[in-house]
Ligand binder design. Structure first.
Ligand code: CP
Ligand code: NVA
Length: 303
């Protein structure tokens, strides 16, 4: 594994390896066992979109690993004034040991990897959010002890989260059902990928059907970053695509609920369900730190 660009690139074994290391790093942190695997290394973090969790967890994670994070806003970089990614990649490769980038087009992330010579980590694009999904998988395994026989249900927009969750969950052996409006289905590349999984993948317009007997329910905002102008139109299209008590009543009794955050209460999830599952949702947010530290160690340490 040279980069983390999208879940489609990872093998099941690589995913499990990252999750195992993430569990170990979480244990070590909680028990005060230092793990300076990236001493002397520098991670550049390019943000073309807002962030709370991704920025703070990468920055803190890098410190905990003994390395140095460098926050690079696209407002300040020449990339924001049109310097090509191809050139930025070749320049930054000479200063840094790794780059995390949050941007719009997936191609920009792939180009950084192609033209640069250091590991590239995707911190969210319009296409996918692999760091979040690794944290989600870690959280599911933490709460359920296994992936075997579990059904994950995603309600709402076939967006970056849906695209990565589908791939991650199917690759580790879980079943996946998604309820989304016809005009908001996952990316065609993902719908192609699911073909080899037969009836382990299900897509419907009916949230109740998708949620039936689910062990994990997940949702995300109706309008993602960059889609603010479509917010009103999307409120109409996604009406009913909500995790609420009625939906929870058809899921398994001990079903857990995840949300990558930020959440829009009373839109994609009711406040009541959110608060009832806050311990899972905030453990998920914490696990961003541990999962990303594992990714950085795998990609950037000399060993
Ligand atoms: N879930 C997530 O990526 O959060 P931020 O946008 O705050 O980084
Ligand atoms: N789908 C959301 C996820 C935020 C972490 C977005 O792209 O804005």
């Amino acid at each position: 594994m040279k980069h983390l660009l999208k879940m489609l690139d990872l093998s099941t074994e690589e995913i499990i390896d990252i999750l195992d290391l993430a569990d170990q790093l979480k244990y070590e942190l909680k028990h005060g066992i230092p793990h300076p695997h990236l001493q002397g290394k520098t991670l550049g973090m390019i943000f073309q979109k807002s962030s709370t969790r991704t920025r703070v967890s990468f920055e803190t994670g890098m410190y905990q690993l003994g390395g140095q994070p460098l926050f690079l806003s696209s407002r300040d970089l020449q990339i924001g004034r049109g310097e090509p990614v191809q050139d930025t990649a070749r320049v930054l490769s000479r200063y840094l040991d790794g780059i995390m980038i949050r941007t719009f087009a997936q191609k920009e992330v792939e180009d950084l990897a192609e033209y640069g010579s250091i590991p590239i980590i995707n911190g969210l694009t319009d296409f996918c959010h692999p760091c979040q999904v690794l944290a989600d998988l870690m959280t599911i395994r933490e709460f359920k002890s296994t992936f075997d026989g579990l059904k994950v249900c995603y309600i709402g927009d076939g967006n970056n989260m849906a695209n990565s969750l589908i791939v991650g969950c199917l690759k580790v052996g879980m079943s996946f059902s998604i309820a989304c409006p016809d005009d908001y289905q996952p990316d065609p590349q993902i719908l192609e990928f699911v073909k080899e999984y037969g009836d382990k993948f299900q897509m419907t317009n009916d949230p109740m059907e998708a949620a039936k007997n689910a062990d994990v329910l997940i949702t995300d905002v109706w309008a993602s970053m960059g889609q603010e102008g479509e917010a009103e139109k999307r409120k109409i299209a996604f009406a009913g695509y909500q995790i609420n008590d009625e939906l929870m009543s058809v899921a398994n009794k001990d079903a857990m609920v995840l949300h990558c955050l930020p959440a829009h209460r009373e839109e994609e999830i009711t406040n009541k369900v959110f608060e009832a599952h806050a311990n899972e949702i905030f453990e998920e947010a914490e696990n961003r730190l541990h999962a990303q530290k594992a990714v950085m160690v795998k990609l950037m340490s000399d060993k």
